[in-house]
Design a protein around this ligand. Structure first.
Ligand code: G3H
Ligand code: 13P
Ligand code: NA
Ligand code: ZN
Length: 328
């Protein structure tokens, strides 16, 4: 059934686990997530970015997720809008039937300019007012995602800012977080701790100076009842990078967020972990391998099936690692 995200995050908090929130754009990704969730009896958060809605079309995405709900009636499913850039965008998603929305007021509506704190409070509060009246969950974001190695913001695929920032801007402040939660009454808070979107997060396996799990602990100590969200949380498995290179891909050396660091964060209030890149890498590796090994094939089902299987396998792994098995 379609449920609100609040419901799932409350259950995760009481039972001490985290829920991966997977970005979806197409049929095979939705199927992969649902197959894995069904096998493990895990709760599902699927999220669509503005780019996803543009690629698939709003109605296709809505009905893909509704098809998932109908096909697996025993699995609770959240349909979440990722990175809404304005109250109007969130309103549009709610009208479309999303059960959860993110108002990302860390940047202004242009998606580039770092917003003032007051602006963020104002737009987030507006979305909370309209969403809560309808039982829809709201995620907000405080702090700017970006790298503590380069001190630059996260500008992936044309959205986000590549401005040079200070430590204070790149790490969510616990006191300000407490004020933000109190003034907006949001349900879940996305925090900045040195992660960024996409495959190129860290130039080495991250240590505490560039991936601030310590900051998660400080925020959780100050806000023990707030569900925390980690964006940019793909782990960028080295075996997938190796496979992509083996079968003709060109990807540089890079590191993601280690699963054990996410597991530590889950012990300290992180309940939603956003993952897009890992599914992209898994599907790309599978398709590349397929075409190298089967140069004469041309039926899309033949290359989409291994891509779907690869996506399902990484999704299964994250459900298990974050403690979702049997929690649906
Ligand atoms: O927010 C970042 C997600 O990975 C979505 O990416 O905007 O390319 O769909 P996208
Ligand atoms: P990744 O790029 O690390 O998968 O992060 C996805 C994300 O945060 C979507 O909002
Ligand atoms: Na989100
Ligand atoms: Zn994100």
């Amino acid at each position: 059934a379609l449920v609100s995200m609040r419901q799932l995050l409350d259950h995760a908090a009481v039972n001490g686990y985290g829920i991966p929130a997977f970005n979806v754009n197409n049929l095979e990704q939705v199927q992969a997530i649902m197959m894995a969730a069904d096998e493990l009896n895990a709760p599902v958060i699927m999220q669509a970015s503005a780019g996803a809605r543009k690629y698939a079309g709003e109605h296709f995405l809505k009905h893909l997720i509704q098809a998932a709900v109908e096909s697996y009636p025993h699995i609770p499913v959240v349909m979440h809008q990722d990175h809404g850039q304005s109250p109007a965008v969130c309103q549009g998603a709610i009208d479309l039937g999303f059960s959860s929305v993110m108002m990302d007021g860390s940047l202004e509506a242009d998606g580039k300019t770092i917003a003032s704190y007051e602006y963020n409070v104002d737009v987030t509060r507006k979305v909370v007012d309209m969403a809560h009246a309808l039982g829809v969950t709201v995620e907000g974001e405080l702090g700017c995602l970006g790298s503590l190695e380069t001190m630059q913001g996260d500008k992936e695929d044309g959205h986000g800012t590549d401005a040079v920032m200070t430590h204070a801007e790149l790490l969510t402040d616990p006191e300000q977080a407490a004020d933000f939660v109190q003034r907006t009454q949001l349900d879940a808070l996305a925090i900045a701790i040195g992660t960024s979107h996409g495959a190129y997060k860290f130039t080495r396996k991250p240590t505490g100076d560039i991936l601030a799990i310590g900051r998660v602990k400080e925020i959780h100590a100050r806000l023990p009842n707030t569900h925390l969200v980690m964006h940019g949380s793909s782990s960028v498995p080295q075996d997938l990078l190796a496979k992509i290179r083996e079968f003709g891909g060109d990807m540089g050396q890079t590191f993601g967020v280690p699963v054990e660091e996410i597991q530590e964060a889950i012990k300290h209030g992180v309940r939603k972990i956003n993952i897009d890149t890992d599914i992209r890498l898994a599907m790309t590796a599978a398709v590349r391998e397929f075409f190298v090994k089967n140069p004469s094939k041309f039926d899309p089902r033949e290359f989409l099936k291994p891509a779907r299987d690869a996506a399902k396998s990484i999704v299964r792994q994250r459900f298990q690692e974050f403690g979702c098995e049997g929690q649906a």
